[in-house]
Design a protein around this ligand. Structure first.
Ligand code: TRP
Ligand code: SF4
Length: 328
């Protein structure tokens, strides 16, 4: 038996992963693989809560994300990588948890209120969308993890999960530990238009982008908005390109760029080209692995199937306990 503490986290397959996802979650997961017993899954049922009218892309996104994961360094040798819909126990457990979850807990969920307000072009007045955190609670506690690494946006969901676990224990006996929220820092880098990097804003640099695409995107990046002309001095402290430099450029050069920017010694075009070089180099190993997995589609399917089989065995064990506790 593994002595390591167990963690679990998931992502919805809404599209290919970008640098924000890599720096905000994935890179962290890759590191955690050595210190924890890790379960990472693709929450394809959760994708349906908002995209129930457009389900076709989900299959493809699922596979692309698994390829992104493997390319970034998640590996089935260290972690259980699986697909939510391939472990039907999540659905049974979700049903049971809906019986004990008070609706007001869901109605006051900040993420719910925010999304209902924002995504006005979609009808989200569904049972499934309201119940999103209950499914997430099922995903989590069915594996009895010590903790859940998530960004701050998901913290309310983990909080509801703890409340649901407590309520289950209250009615049916002490079956579940309350999972901790392991907060992942969100990266400082923004999308190329200076808004939060997001696939839906069309401002993202994807892990799957070619060097050409990366260069083209970087050349379109908004820099210091006050710097209109090449002869104007710039301010790297407010420049998104500079934040990228800090991650992807050799520190000595970053110092030089800092000075040259402030004295108009370097223009943004040249500055961006330097940054693009560093970024392209940093993503090279990911691109190489991606090419490998793309050439082996069956291998990726096998990884998902085997991971799901492994996860299912753990989920089944818990469900035995759950059914016994509920006496059904
Ligand atoms: N709601 C999460 C997200 O968007 C995805 C998710 C579903 C999840 N179930 C989970 C994350 C369980 C952590 C644990 O991004
Ligand atoms: Fe930003 Fe570089 Fe232009 Fe300065 S020179 S404003 S750091 S892109």
């Amino acid at each position: 038996m593994s002595q390591k503490k167990r963690i679990l986290s998931g992502m919805r397959p809404t599209g290919p992963l970008h640098l924000g996802n890599l720096l905000g979650a994935l890179a962290n997961w890759v590191k955690m693989q050595d210190d924890y017993e890790c379960f990472f899954f693709i929450a394809d049922w959760h994708a349906l809560t908002s995209d129930y009218d457009n389900t076709e892309p989900i299959i493809n996104n699922r596979k692309e994300i698994m390829i992104d994961w493997l390319s970034a360094g998640l590996t089935p040798e260290k972690s259980t990588l699986f697909v939510q819909s391939q472990v039907k126990e999540h659905a049974e457990f979700f049903l049971l948890l809906t019986m004990i979850t008070p609706v007001p807990w869901l109605e006051r969920n900040p993420t719910y209120k925010e999304q209902i307000g924002e995504l006005t072009n979609k009808d989200l007045s569904t049972f499934g969308f309201l119940g999103y955190p209950v499914l997430q609670a099922a995903d989590i506690i069915i594996y009895k993890p010590y903790g859940v690494p998530v960004g701050v946006d998901q913290a309310p969901h983990v909080e509801i999960t703890r409340e649901i676990a407590r309520r289950f224990n209250h009615f049916y006996g002490n079956v579940f530990p309350e999972p901790a929220t392991i907060l992942t820092e969100t990266p400082k880098i923004l999308g190329i238009d200076r808004r939060k990097m997001s696939k839906s804003y069309n401002n993202a640099i994807f892990l799957s982008d070619s060097p050409k695409e990366i260069s083209a995107k970087v050349s379109r990046m908004i820099t210091d908005p006050q710097r209109m002309r090449r002869s104007d001095p710039g301010n790297p402290d407010v420049c998104n390109v500079f934040d990228f430099h800090k991650l992807y450029t050799d520190p000595q050069m970053v110092k030089e760029i800092d000075e040259q920017c402030r004295t108009a010694g370097i223009g943004c075009v040249e500055c961006k080209q330097k940054m693009a070089q560093g970024l392209i180099t940093a993503l090279e190993p990911i691109r190489e692995k991606r090419a490998y997995y793309e050439s082996q589609p069956d291998l990726v399917d096998d990884i998902m199937t085997e991971g799901s089989n492994r996860a299912r065995r753990a989920a089944q064990e818990t469900m035995e306990e759950v059914r016994a506790a509920i006496k059904i």
